[in-house]
Design a protein around this ligand. Structure first.
Ligand SMILES: Nc1ncnc2c1ncn2[C@@H]1O[C@H](COP(=O)(O)OP(=O)(O)OP(=O)(O)O)[C@@H](O)[C@H]1O
Ligand SMILES: [Mg+2]
Length: 405
């Protein structure tokens, strides 16, 4: 008998009873005179093969059961001539093997189908959530349009030093936030028209930085480091802005420390570099790449969180604080642009998201002179018109906390 001591009792019992039945049927198949009995024994061997698969008895044990049954048969009939019964000895084992592997394939197909169906169900559910969200967002956008429009008209009516003007400012701020949220929902539902054209990521990042500065806490130092003066890609500028905004807002949310730092980096990336995109990357090997990164010194993420962050509606934020759509939208946008997104994160130390996007050929020329050293406390390059500033400075470092020029 095979050594089944390491198995669970139920499996051991099943193996024992199967081994006994197999020993009996082998006896019958080898020594039986009546062809019908031999056939019945072979049919039972096939049935045992199926049972062994269903009982999850490993394939090696099928041959062990056969071997033990054979030894028992030889001991019981020492006069048995091997040459005479050779064919009959292997037939039951073949039957058991064949039935075992067929059942295995059936089970595999069954499981694959179950997984596929579950995926399709999930996609359908997501699609209907998307359609619903898009419908609500459209309606809501119209309502917001009136709120924002009339509030802006009122700002002309109410003088800035009157208390009402403060309330109005809050109404407008809240409405803009709501508009941002509906835009994200619409993007999630892929219901926003996109305009792809050559876009300079350095300018877009610099402009986005200005917007972010107005919203993020002043205790957070926000910098942009571009190792190239311009970085052109084919994209919808508003999507690039949305990606940077979402990553920076996430970073700010993760920052608990007093001297929080968020750094936006832009640099050319060559294939074969240390942090090469994964092998399933859709990027062509010879394609020039642009790396856009956002790093923070926030709380970082555990491995469990990291594994789920791109799932739609996954959030660790309190109810009402996060929709969990930010990163799933970013993932969708980056993929649709033919790029890849990866991240490194250490709990307690911080996180860096890196996005590699296909750049337009010849658009990632290094700066004519060395990149400006970034001194967080020194007055840095800053200009309302970011592209103009960057044109003037071959390679730019922006420090949003530095005094304006
Ligand atoms: N820079 C980061 N540092 C630490 N955790 C992060 C960072 N970025 C994202 N996360 C984690 O990933 C989760 C999902 O992020 P995502 O942007 O998709 O949704 P959210 O920020 O929770 O909600 P929303 O973006 O809709 O406000 C976050 O709840 C947070 O746990
Ligand atoms: Mg977010």
């Amino acid at each position: 008998m095979p050594d089944t001591t390491a198995q669970a009792p139920a499996v051991r019992d099943a193996t024992d009873s199967i081994a006994e039945r197999y020993a009996r049927l082998l006896h019958q198949a080898v020594l039986g005179d009546d062809p019908l009995l031999v056939e019945t024994a072979l049919a039972e061997a096939a049935e045992l093969g199926r049972e062994m698969m269903r009982a999850e008895i490993p394939l090696e044990e099928v041959s062990e059961i056969h071997h033990d049954a054979l030894v028992a048969l030889a001991q019981a009939h020492p006069q048995l001539l091997l040459a005479k019964v050779a064919n009959r000895i292997t037939a039951p084992l073949m039957e058991a093997y064949m039935a075992y592997s067929l059942t295995f394939r059936e089970q595999l197909e069954h499981r694959t189908n179950a997984i596929l169906n579950a995926r399709i169900d999930q996609l359908r559910r997501l699609e209907s959530i998307g359609t619903l969200a898009a419908g609500v967002a459209h309606e809501f956008n119209n309502i917001l349009g009136s709120i924002i429009g009339f509030s802006e008209l009122l700002t002309d009516e109410i003088e800035a030093d009157k208390p009402g003007s403060q309330y109005l400012k809050h109404i407008l701020q809240a409405s803009f936030r709501a508009r941002d949220l509906t835009a994200r929902l619409l993007t999630f539902a892929r219901d926003m028209p996109e305009v792809r054209e050559p876009v300079d990521v350095v300018s877009v990042a610099a402009e986005t930085l200005e917007l972010l500065r107005a919203t993020l806490p002043v205790s957070i130092r926000l910098t942009l480091e571009a190792s190239v003066p311009q970085a052109w890609i084919m994209a919808d500028a508003s999507q690039i802005q949305q990606i940077i905004m979402n990553l920076c807002i996430n970073a700010a949310d993760a920052i608990q420390v007093r001297d929080g730092r968020i750094r936006i980096g832009i640099e050319p990336r060559l294939h074969g570099a240390a942090t090469e995109p994964r092998s399933d990357s859709p990027l062509e090997p010879a394609q020039p790449l642009l790396r856009l990164s956002v790093s923070d010194n926030g709380e970082g993420m555990t491995a469990e969180t990291r594994a789920r962050i791109f799932d739609p509606f996954f959030t660790t934020k309190a109810p009402g604080k996060g929709t969990g759509l930010g990163l799933s939208v970013i993932h969708g946008l980056v993929t649709s642009m033919g790029g890849t997104i990866s991240l490194e994160s250490t709990p307690g130390l911080g996180t860096r998201f890196s996005i590699d996007l296909p750049a337009l050929s010849g658009s990632l020329q290094p700066a004519a002179r060395e990149p400006a050293a970034l001194d967080e406390n020194a007055p840095a390059v800053r200009n309302k018109n970011a592209s103009a500033a960057l044109d003037k400075n071959a390679s730019a470092a922006h420090d949003e906390n530095a005094p304006r020029r």
